[in-house]
Ligand binder design. Structure first.
Ligand SMILES: [Zn+2]
Length: 314
């Protein structure tokens, strides 16, 4: 796939390549996480892989790859309150837009049609927003709308309020019984804000934000002072500490558990010779992995953190 996305999201890249090769990609995909720009780049890359006329290599110059990179391919459309719009509503993805999508997929096509749903605005970027934009460009793609020195197209996560209610209902039917060669992708920061009817029909991927590629362990380290002895009495405290930090910083629970795993792996490295501790750490790392699977099954974060804490205290 794309080397920037490959290095950032090896798991996703691998998954998509295999799913495309084996023809078992879901018709509806939700990406969630803090960096919508990278989700958008990942979606375009996926659309490129699905439509490439050659072997999908990164520098392929076939017409489909070029058009998708330039963001002007007729079969790869961004649907937001400001993109692909023919009516005058400014605040939502309208019924008319959804009808256009439905008309489009009613006919057949040689292309694999990809509809990327997000929220978007044209903004005067802050430095941070400009960095997000530059990183997106580095991945080799263009935004759906022109930009100049002062203004850029900036994507935001979609939530249930971004759709007109009639439009959302009309779309659900297609997600349920999709025509072949059509993929819907929804970009969001919080999957819980999405229409639950869409969530239940979609394959869900967490796309970590680049801002948090460093693992922060300082906020929970004190609970590990006497590790491998982890006090049972402090288990609830520990889980509350994780929850508070996550909320305060606006982080994803997957990231919190990644931080714990990272911390445990560091402990593993310094305890190679102590078999008892080493085995306990290994078990705890495995348990953290299980916690991540529980998150995917929509079990409440608090329950997962408590379960993890009591496991550590065993
Ligand atoms: Zn190509």
């Amino acid at each position: 796939m794309n080397k920037i996305l490959d290095s950032k999201y090896p798991y996703l890249s691998n998954y998509y390549s295999t799913a495309i090769a084996e023809n078992r990609l879901f018709h509806s995909i939700i990406m969630y996480g803090s960096n919508i720009y990278m989700q958008y780049a990942t979606s375009l890359e996926l659309a490129r892989q699905l439509n490439c006329l050659e072997d999908g290599r990164e520098d392929c110059q076939c017409q489909n790859c070029r058009w998708i990179r330039e963001n002007r391919h007729p079969a790869v459309m961004t649907i937001s309150k400001i993109d692909n719009k023919t009516d005058s509503s400014k605040t939502v993805i309208s019924e008319e837009q959804i009808n256009q999508v439905l008309n489009n997929i009613a006919g057949s096509s040689d292309y694999h049609r990809v509809f990327i749903f997000c929220d978007a605005e044209i903004i005067k970027p802050s430095n941070e927003e400009k960095n997000d934009y530059n990183e997106f460009k580095t991945a080799g793609f263009n935004t759906p709308q022109g930009e100049d020195d002062k203004k850029i197209w900036y994507p935001n996560g979609i939530n249930s309020k971004c759709f007109s209610s009639v439009g959302a209902n009309a779309m659900l039917k297609s997600i349920e019984e999709p025509p072949s060669n059509v993929t819907f992708i929804f970009l969001t920061t919080n999957k819980d804000d999405m229409l639950q009817t869409i969530v239940s029909r979609s394959q869900i991927f967490y796309v970590p934000g680049i801002k948090f590629t460093k693992y922060d362990t300082s906020f929970f380290e004190k609970y590990f002072e006497n590790y491998p002895y982890f006090k049972k009495e402090s288990a609830l405290d520990f889980s509350q500490c994780l929850l508070n930090y996550q909320t305060e910083k606006g982080l994803e629970s997957e990231y919190i558990i990644d931080c714990i795993q990272y911390y445990l792996i560091q402990l593993l490295k310094i305890n190679v010779k102590n078999t008892v501790i080493y085995n306990k750490i290994l078990k705890d790392i495995k348990k953290a992995e299980e916690s991540k699977r529980m998150l995917k099954a929509y079990i409440k974060e608090q329950i997962i953190y408590e379960d993890l804490a009591f496991y550590f205290a065993k």
